[in-house]
Design a protein around this ligand. Sequence first.
Ligand code: FES
Length: 139
Amino acid sequence: MQTNSRRTFLGLCLGGLAAAATALTAYPIFNYLAPRKQTSGEGTVSFPESDIPPGGAKFFDFRGSTGVVIKKTNGELVALSAVCTHLGCIVQWENVKQDFLCPCHGGRYTPEGIVISGPPPRPLPKLPFHVANGTITVG
Ligand code: FES
């Protein structure tokens, strides 16, 4: 009788450990794969246009997310959300190639945010901006 209760106790302990291990493993995976929260918010972000060299990019926090302004080599400015439309990773600007690379699954976007290759289903959303007196204001 005592052997049975010991087995039952050990079985419960192992079951509990297995459940805890599953939860500890599954949570980060779910968190990684889940789309980023879209937080709505108000506000603008301003910075000097001189912060961005020709062909370069500036990333910034924007309404609870990440935005980016790039200055193309011809001087044209483009403001986009930097959140990949696949699973929400933050894209990186590649100066040499003059395009965006998503480090998570290799999605690529043009400087205008149009998908070149990879799994992203949609372009990067454009952000409204204006330039006055050498200052870029996004939002
Ligand atoms: S999250 Fe960007 S390609 Fe998958």
